[in-house]
Design a protein. Structure first.
Length: 360
């Protein structure tokens, strides 16, 4: 009898204890998207964000270096900054302890009289990488570099999006989903449901019969591969003279980010944030060279939000409701040896990563 691989038990998506385990473990030791380098283009520019329940801020130093710090003063724990902005130094609003953009303590009221050694005080830093202008952080100070986690992706992205280093965000689409983040990520990471549930995407962007998702042999990447639809059926114009213009590629970087290259070398991104065991937020980013207004990008963002994104909201929220049913028994995954559109090899790989994260 064939040994079938079954899907994860419902508790992985519904148990608050598992969610806390992930937030304190998995999400604190993996590479997470913070923002785009264009948001901190000049020395002193900063923005705040949250990862694994921690408030952080990214700031560009006077030396041009991007640094990320925990958003907490080392004096008596007041948060240092909110939102985004630009500053010469970082000043705590509580007692005016002042930090250099490198994180070192510069000054504070009456420090000298108290005999406090400024050189011994520094903001707590966070591992930071610039990945073609996309800023990622990892709360684990000993984490391996992104190129070890996601082998080959940096070079492949440059090949499929030759102008990637000049891109800037043009549109952000924010969507709240009433489901566990893993339900949403799994839905994104298979196209078994695409032809039935995403007619615009399946008939006006990609050619479903060529769709495949290939897990990386050594890293934490899922590569989506397919061809564009017939040119007369495409919902937007593409320049086929460019390399890879007729290809669709998506690079899902475990656990919560994906670079998605639409035909015509059009880059967009997904990133997820966990809100609670049964709530997550998904951001769709759309980009253009130097952030210049681009009607094709605007049209794609509107089309995607009204079709694929809206369709997926209903799917993932229905799954979350079903996971809470006492009648659910995890069924076998569809694992076609030839892989392809109607196989769930990618879900199998995701669920193995999920098990490893919670049950090491």
């Amino acid at each position: 009898m064939t040994d079938l691989t079954h899907s994860l038990e419902a508790r992985y998506y519904t148990d608050p204890a598992i969610f806390e385990n992930e937030r304190n473990g998995l999400l604190a030791r993996t590479w997470q998207f913070a923002g785009h380098a264009s948001d901190v283009a000049n020395p002193g520019d900063y923005f705040t964000f949250e990862i694994a329940g921690e408030s952080l801020f990214c700031i560009r130093g006077h030396d041009g270096t991007l640094r990320t710090f925990y958003n907490v003063c080392q004096h008596r724990a007041h948060q240092l900054v909110t939102g985004s902005g630009s500053t010469r130094v970082v000043v705590c609003p509580y007692h005016a302890w002042t930090y250099e953009l490198t994180g070192g303590l510069r000054s504070g009221p009456n420090l000298k009289a108290a005999g406090i050694d400024r050189s011994a005080v520094c903001l707590s830093s966070v591992r930071t990488e610039d990945f073609h202008g996309f800023i990622f952080v990892n709360l684990d100070p000993d984490a391996a570099p992104m190129d070890d986690w996601f082998p080959g992706v940096r070079a492949e992205l440059a090949a499929f999006v030759p102008q990637i280093d000049a891109l800037q965000p043009l549109e952000w689409v924010e969507v709240e989903e009433r489901c566990n983040w893993k339900v949403s990520v799994e839905n994104y990471s298979e196209c078994y449901h695409c032809s039935l549930n995403h007619p615009t995407f399946a008939t006006g962007v990609i050619r479903p019969e060529t769709y495949d998702i290939q897990p990386d042999a050594t890293g934490y990447v899922l590569r989506h591969l397919t061809e564009c639809q017939d040119l007369d059926a495409m919902t937007y114009e593409i320049d086929m003279t460019q390399p890879h213009a007729g290809d669709y590629r998506s690079f899902f970087l475990w656990p919560m980010f994906s670079f998605q290259v639409y035909p015509g070398n059009r880059l967009n991104t997904y990133h997820w944030r966990t809100d609670s065991v049964d709530r997550c937020t998904v951001w769709r980013g759309w980009y253009s060279v130097d952030g210049i207004d681009d009607e094709v990008v605007h049209r794609l963002a509107r089309q995607d939000r009204a079709t694929t994104v809206e369709e997926d909201i209903h799917l993932v929220e229905s799954v979350q409701r079903g996971l809470q049913s006492r009648g659910y028994r995890p069924g076998p995954l569809v694992l076609d040896p030839a892989m392809g559109l109607n196989s769930e090899h990618s879900v199998q790989k995701l669920q193995q990563w999920m098990r490893d994260a919670v049950d090491p």
